[in-house]
Design a protein around this ligand. Structure first.
Ligand code: UDP
Ligand code: MG
Length: 356
């Protein structure tokens, strides 16, 4: 992945608590050992960044300044060390210029720009890698997510969750978006067993461990909670305020539904069945075969009893076909198992703690 970092040279550790020279605001740093919301001391980074606000953006020039001001107003009251990390996903408008101007006055702003538009997942992925905070909160750049929710999200994490997902209970989006979204959330909830209502909310809070473990690739940003759940992290939910989009337009068209569905299959496959493909294909194969055997046995018994003649029973064809298809599904499962075994790697089991 290529990205430009014209204004952002490699981060120097001593830069992190950067006081803001041109602003009469409280400097970011404050004495160690005085922090509320900090039960997980061991996760803190050496540079002591408490919070990263991570914002993927694509052509959002009109929203950025106001978004920054709202975030700063909220964080200014929180007495923590933070960074605001913008990932410009190849914007073709003035977005990056706006970020450049903002950074001139506030070194806590960091920004990366992709050479082209890779998608929200890519932006989140890079943002996760580059973030330094012991807590990372993602939000959309279009002002639909409300920065005022930041303190509540952080408090919720401290209740013992690793990931807290926002729930846009009252949504300000067109019905063509909210209705399919309800359906998706329902299906995803049923298939993954994760009890949250709004998988695709842009506003989410993560413990550092989560963002350093989960890899968001393809277009899987819709299913980050599923990926995190699969890694063993504890997922929580918090109702958040949602606002109407004021500038620009949504970056995802109707294509999102098909892609969303395919991505759900991908995510199920790569999490639940990745290491046991036979459980998936084998189950389908067995069911099909049993069905076929059942049908054919019944017909053969009738034929033996002289009640029927197999040549004029189309059902016999169906039974035979089911057996063949079943065998094929089963074989695919076995092949999958062989591939899976050949690729076995050590690092795929997440070890949480070690005593030795
Ligand atoms: N976004 C992005 N890359 C893309 C598309 C969108 O970084 O290719 C960003 C976008 O700028 C916004 C967030 O992802 O900050 C959510 O996008 P949008 O508001 O268009 O989605 P919606 O609210 O319609 O789900
Ligand atoms: Mg939006």
């Amino acid at each position: 992945m290529t990205e430009q970092t014209p204004e952002t040279p490699e981060e120097k550790p001593q830069e992190a608590p950067a006081p803001v020279p041109s602003q009469p605001q409280r400097p970011g740093g404050r004495p160690q050992g005085h922090r509320p919301h900090r039960p997980h001391q061991q996760q803190q980074q050496q540079n002591g960044t408490d919070l990263t606000i991570l914002i993927p953006l694509y052509n959002e020039e009109d929203s950025l300044k106001e978004l920054y001001q709202q975030i700063r107003a909220v964080l200014g009251r929180m007495n923590i060390r933070y960074e605001i990390l913008f990932i410009d996903d190849g914007s073709t408008d003035r977005s990056f210029q706006v970020l450049r101007d903002l950074r001139r006055n506030d070194r806590r702003i960091k920004a990366y720009r992709f050479r082209r538009n890779y998608g929200k997942s890519a932006a989140l992925n890079v943002g996760f890698e580059r973030s330094q905070g012991s807590v990372v909160i993602t939000m959309d750049a279009d002002l639909q997510d409300d920065p005022a929710e930041i303190p509540a999200l952080r408090r919720k994490l401290d209740e013992g969750y690793d990931l807290v997902s926002g729930w846009k209970k009252v949504r300000h989006d067109p019905i063509t978006k909210t209705l399919p979204s309800r359906f998706f959330n329902f299906v995803t909830r049923r298939l993954t067993g994760i009890k949250i209502h709004d998988f695709n909310c842009g506003l989410k809070a993560y413990r550092r461990e989560v963002v350093k473990t989960v890899k968001v690739y393809g277009e899987l940003h819709r299913y980050v909670p599923v990926l995190a759940h699969w890694e063993g992290f504890k997922i929580g939910e918090l109702v958040v305020n949602h606002r109407r989009r004021r500038f620009g337009k949504s970056k995802f068209g109707v294509g999102r539904f098909w892609k969303g569905f395919l991505d759900l299959l991908t995510v199920l496959f790569t999490t639940r069945y990745f290491r046991r493909p036979l459980h998936f294909f084998g189950m389908i194969g067995l069911m099909t075969m049993i069905g076929g055997f059942g049908i054919d046995t019944y017909l053969i018994v009738e034929w033996l009893l002289g009640k029927t003649w197999l040549g004029n029973r189309p059902l016999f064809l169906l039974g035979t076909m089911l057996i063949i298809v079943g065998v094929q599904f089963f074989s695919i499962g076995l092949l999958g198992e062989m591939i899976s075994k050949a690729q076995q790697r050590d690092e795929e089991y997440a070890i949480r703690d070690t005593l030795r």
